[in-house]
Design a protein around this ligand. Sequence first.
Ligand code: PLP
Length: 401
Amino acid sequence: MHSRIYFDHSATTPLDPRVLAAMGPFLSGAFGNPSSLHQEGRLAREAIQTARAQVASLIGAAPEEIIFTGSGTEADNLALIGAVRASGKPGHVVTSAIEHAAILETCRFLATTGTKITHLPVDPEGLVSTASLLRALQSDVTIVSVMAANNVVGTIQPIEELAHLTKLHGVLFHTDAVQAGGKIPLDVNRLRVDLLSLSAHKLHGPKGVGALYVRKGVALSPIVFGGGQERGLRSATENVAAIVGFGAAAAIAQEELAAEAARLAQFRERIARDLSQRFPDSYLFGHPVQRLPGHLSFGFRGRERELGKLLAALDRVGVAVSAGSACSAHHSGEPSAVLLAMGYDAERARGLLRLSLGRFNTQAEIDRFLEILPRAVATLTETDPPRAPRHVVDQAPLAVV
Ligand SMILES: Cc1ncc(COP(=O)(O)O)c(C=O)c1O
């Protein structure tokens, strides 16, 4: 009996046992409130400071530039709403057409309060062009926000170039690096970004903790009010264990980044090669080179509407993959907004399968997946099996694997 193969690390990652070990004491004995002045409080405070330094180090920031939040989503909200509020004007947010909902929905909210929103177009490989940014950089722009790497197609944006142009116009630049953090090198000073969002659960850390890098001197208003923790930018008693886990996860990711990126890119290329050889009707989504190391999104021409069935078939035989992003799973069967923005027609935009590899995936799993996939794909072309009791359908051809 094989164990399951998890290829959905863009949705979330398993907790690294080393991260769990670091969190352990703060889930039991070390329960102090970091704001308390006694020894219990001091211990918690020191642990948070260590984690702050670890997360800062991952992106080349100073520890005091890291604000812990409750998620990547919250970091994105704080960046955009915080910058607009601090400007004292409704202002203008420029973002890309393929951002995560954490940005797009925040923009939708800001629009209701009078903020102008511009969505930059992307090319068929998912890249934002510097020319379109230049055209959008009018005098009323408060902040530009472009994601470092896309969660659906894995394309990595030219953040350094985009941020540089934005800074030349004296405008703030934010990047949602939730998918990129710990997977590709990120240095806030080389990139020249003012704000950068991260989320621990995408880099083998715990869920429910994120961080916003806020460059020294950048004015931001809080969106959560209370006791003034996190330099007044994120009130609430800190989630100490989760923050400690985030720190440990960041330190491990930093240490292993180069070797891990090379290993995952090799796995990805192996799968891509195999796919194109065995399935001439398959095609890759996203940029062929500027993409996350372990990320592969593809479709099958003419079978777009059947990819939900393929996902279910793979799941039944023990392989977890995703159709688009986990966050859009509620809208399955609908065309992906990211693919539509990249210029695909509604039919093509319905059929995306995403494989996202991670730290605990092995060569043996890649081999087994490449054995399983053709059988799973073959079932797509078969007519639907006659109606039968559910357990029989569930054991259809793939169960032999
Ligand atoms: C690009 C991007 N931004 C933001 C988020 C939200 O992060 P969190 O799940 O920590 O709220 C995600 C999660 O999928 C993401 O992929």
